[in-house]
Write a protein that binds this ligand. Sequence first.
Ligand code: UD1
Length: 423
Amino acid sequence: MDKLAIQGGRRLEGEISISGAKNAALPILCAALLTEETLHLDNLPKLKDISTTLTLLGHIGTQICLDEQGSIDLLADRLSTLQAPYELVKTMRASILVLGPLLTRYGEAMVSLPGGCAIGSRPVDLHIKGLKAMGADITIERGYIHAKAGRLKGARIFMDSVTVTGTENLMMAATLAEGITVLENAAREPEVEDLANCLIAMGADIRGAGTDTVTIHGVSRLHGAAYSIMADRIETGTYLVAAAMTQGKITLHRTRPDTLDAVIEKLREAGAKISCSNNSITLSMDRRPLAVTIKTAPYPAFPTDMQAQFMAMNCIATGVGSVTETIFENRFMHVQEMQRLGANIEIEGNTALVRGVDKLDGATVMATDLRASASLVLAALVAQGETVIERIYHIDRGYECIEEKFNQLGAHVKRIQRTGSGS
Ligand code: UD1
């Protein structure tokens, strides 16, 4: 397995471009299953989760033509199977996003249950409940969700907690259902809206995406379309925090400042100066950050996917900051690793109290999940000496060319490639 070796202590300065959003690309790729015509996408990020999704779509029978510039054509005119096997689903929970499209277009789907994952149990009961409300007959057989239906029927579906992929799955299923579906307490994440915009370009009738009530008038078929995937707000936020921690000055291009209000506000509270244009953000920081208090919640509140990075910033900040996680029950696994670097963090329930220290010291640490890994990179950028981060395959799931981008900003990040099994 690859490792990253990072020499800390360098101030970040310069400009980079942000990639397409992983969490928008994943459902949008699955939307290709909704039509027998070609879906053309631009700004697809080069990430492990994207290649896993393409493997799954290819397994189902989708023809895929990908170029080096991040453009892709997907054609799902004749599928070979309606089954998403455990081997593919277990590596990436978002594989559940093929369930809605397969069921609504073909009347049947067999998708492996995703099972547990490092950051909590993450059930899919709301996806299943919503599809049942639309008339699907769903059974769980030997670890698989087996769903069958004639044409799905529009329904009013209230989701008792906010789920991003749940909203996306049901929205895709509803596009080809008979009649009107209303999704209440829907996720308002910008990625849900991006998916809706792609579906609308394919001929779907969707109103209210980006609000908590989404109304979908089912149509009899969707057609091909060309669509460009939105910029990744979590990648953007991660680089902004890195610049704040290293007291640097960076400009991020090809991004969407309008999707980052909660993150930008907290960075300003920490002392950063931030200016935005339509599609770029400049951050400069001329002091040690001030500790901030954050509490994660569904969009537009502070994103859980930025929690670990802000925890890293609090570790070296002036003062004491508390970090409360309300979305996932086990999302503090980075704490132990940060403590190995000298951080002062105390956990009580779902809150971590972080007392800023004057310095962190490089050490060997282990990446445990995607955003936790990113937070360790940030901590390593300010730690004295070298930090080695093991198991960085988690980072490659969600950050395109992370070492190239950081090095372009003046960091010293080296990938150590390991070949051979089990290493
Ligand atoms: C998505 C994002 C992930 C982000 C998360 C929360 C993608 C591919 N991933 O994950 O990066 O961290 O949103 O913003 O977009 N829940 C249920 N029942 C369900 C579904 C969810 O109880 O059927 C619970 C989960 O356990 C969790 C909460 O709802 O506590 C939010 O989960 P959800 O929004 O579904 O996360 P994902 O869509 O998997």
